[in-house]
Write a protein that binds this ligand. Structure first.
Ligand code: CA
Length: 230
């Protein structure tokens, strides 16, 4: 993210708004305020916030309705902050598109932690939607497919999962245990042979010269790395 993440505070209580603004500004966020639903909808259009802290008890519109309207405007993280929230309302808020909820009175450290977590999840989802292109190889993470010179490459589900796990962090070493645990499950985390077989197959299908891999690099005793330079 090039600029600081922008947070919209939607809250009719000026004292709470000030408290949140101070905490969020200190944490390095770019902060915008709205005192009612009308201002919130206008700010969502004009300022395109990355996250919205939404008080459900607003004077001019039902908070649950506002969740739907804000969700329809974009992909901002929606954190509901409410005094009156009960379990049924939490479920409804989440169903309508809220990412998380906090109950008043809240601790500002808790608010900051929730925002950080929600923004991180959102960034990971955005990365998930991407294509990774390395030379003649295109790894389409959104559609779970791989192309070589524009032709679909047939991979088994495990081969694909290994390739995708490496492609989500190009040029970074991903450890054997981490790959085995996330793809084959914790019971198989020492079964490095599974991984070797999948990597061998991937090299056969993707490398120009499988005996001299330039795409999936072995880091002996550690793991594998997908070289994005090709
Ligand atoms: Ca309120």
């Amino acid at each position: 993210m090039a600029r600081d993440p922008r947070i919209l505070i939607v809250e009719d209580d000026a004292a709470i708004r000030r408290l949140l603004r101070a905490a969020l500004s200190r944490a390095g966020y770019d902060v915008i305020e709205a005192g009612n639903a009308r201002e919130a909808l206008a700010a969502a259009d004009i300022d395109r916030p990355d996250a919205v802290l939404l008080d459900l008890g607003l004077p001019d519109r039902d908070g649950l309705e506002l969740i739907q309207l804000l969700r329809a405007k974009g992909n901002a993280v929606l954190l509901v902050v409410s005094a009156r929230i009960d379990t049924a309302e939490k479920v409804t808020a989440l169903d309508l598109g809220a990412d998380d909820y906090l109950t008043k009175p809240f601790d500002t450290e808790e608010v900051l932690a929730r925002i950080r977590t929600a923004l991180r999840h959102r960034r990971n989802e955005a990365a998930e939607a991407e294509c990774v292109e390395i030379g003649a190889i295109v790894i389409d993470l959104a559609r779970r497919r791989v192309l070589r010179d524009g032709e679909a490459v047939h991979l088994t589900p495990k081969e694909y999962d290994v390739l995708a796990a490496l492609a989500r962090h190009p040029d970074r070493v991903i450890g054997h245990v981490q790959l085995l645990r996330s793809i084959w499950g914790p019971a198989q985390e020492r079964n490095v042979e599974y991984l070797r077989i999948a990597v061998r197959a991937l090299r056969q299908k993707l490398e120009a010269d499988p005996s001299r891999p330039r795409l999936i690099i072995n880091e002996p005793g550690v793991g594998y790395r997908l070289l994005a330079g090709g």
